[in-house]
Write a protein that binds this ligand. Structure first.
Ligand SMILES: [Zn+2]
Length: 253
């Protein structure tokens, strides 16, 4: 059975001398691994369409339950070549690609996440310096798949709190946290920023200018939450040390 859909390349794995296993995040079928015959040969019909982050219209062939359907065609819609040309930018977007590949179940369409990823790549193509975009992707992604941390009130009683307990995925107020240890302490500013990023639309978010310090604090907490939830660190975290964004030094406004 031949199927067609739009897809973003999340990762590739060499197979034998010239073949590749490609992990695509597709619009209609979610995460799919496909087998690409000889894309590493110079005159491959796939051209550069299997480079990570490329968005293409693909066709693949195989029985509905085939573990590794065969990729038959891949025509580039958006190459996102710019994102691969800057090392820093590539690290940043690789992190969100890895997050997407690790969290989502195979073969379950999630059109909201597909659109989110595509729009984030388009934004990064215009300006890759914004740490805010990476955090925003993570927050929206976690929201869409039901793993968002809760910061708007204690996970037990709903009262306000500033201590995030990673095993609970939530802020826990002082009263309910008796006997619990090692919380991540958060500032009221980073909780407010999280709530804004979770609930506001793009034009409203475009008007906020959080400090680098606030972004780093929130980013660090979200990364810890992701690592705990996945039960393993993301590979890209190992060589991607977070720096406050140059662009966001002004005070919240
Ligand atoms: Zn409580």
């Amino acid at each position: 059975m031949l199927r067609r859909t739009n897809a973003i390349v999340l990762k590739t794995l060499p197979f034998g001398e010239a073949d590749l296993i490609v992990t695509h995040f597709t619009y209609d079928f979610g995460l799919i691994n496909t087998f690409a015959k000889s894309p590493r040969k110079i005159k491959s019909r796939f051209g550069s369409s299997l480079e990570p982050l490329t968005c293409s219209k693909i066709s693949f062939w195989g029985k509905e339950d085939a573990q590794l359907p065969r990729l038959t065609q891949s025509d580039i819609i958006l190459s996102f070549q710019e994102l691969r040309e800057s090392w820093n930018c590539f690290l940043k977007v690789s992190e969100i690609a890895e997050l997407t590949a690790n969290f989502l179940p195979e073969r379950e369409a999630n059109k909201k996440v597909f659109t989110l990823l595509l729009n984030t790549l388009k934004t990064a193509k215009k300006d890759c310096n914004l740490l805010l975009d990476t955090i925003l992707y993570k927050i929206r992604f976690l929201n869409f798949i039901g793993y968002a941390p809760r910061l708007d009130g204690c996970g037990r009683c709903g009262n306000a709190g500033l201590s995030f307990y990673i095993a609970h995925g939530s802020v826990i107020c002082e009263k309910c946290a008796t006997g619990m240890n090692r919380p991540i302490k958060l500032s009221p500013g980073s909780i407010k920023l999280y709530e804004s990023l979770s609930k506001w639309d793009d034009p409203a978010i475009g008007r906020i200018k959080p400090s680098g310090e606030l972004l780093s604090e929130l980013s660090s907490m979200i990364n810890d939450h992701i690592i705990y939830t996945l039960s393993r660190p993301l590979r890209s975290h190992a060589f991607h040390k977070l720096k406050p964004a140059r662009c966001c030094d002004s005070k919240p406004g």
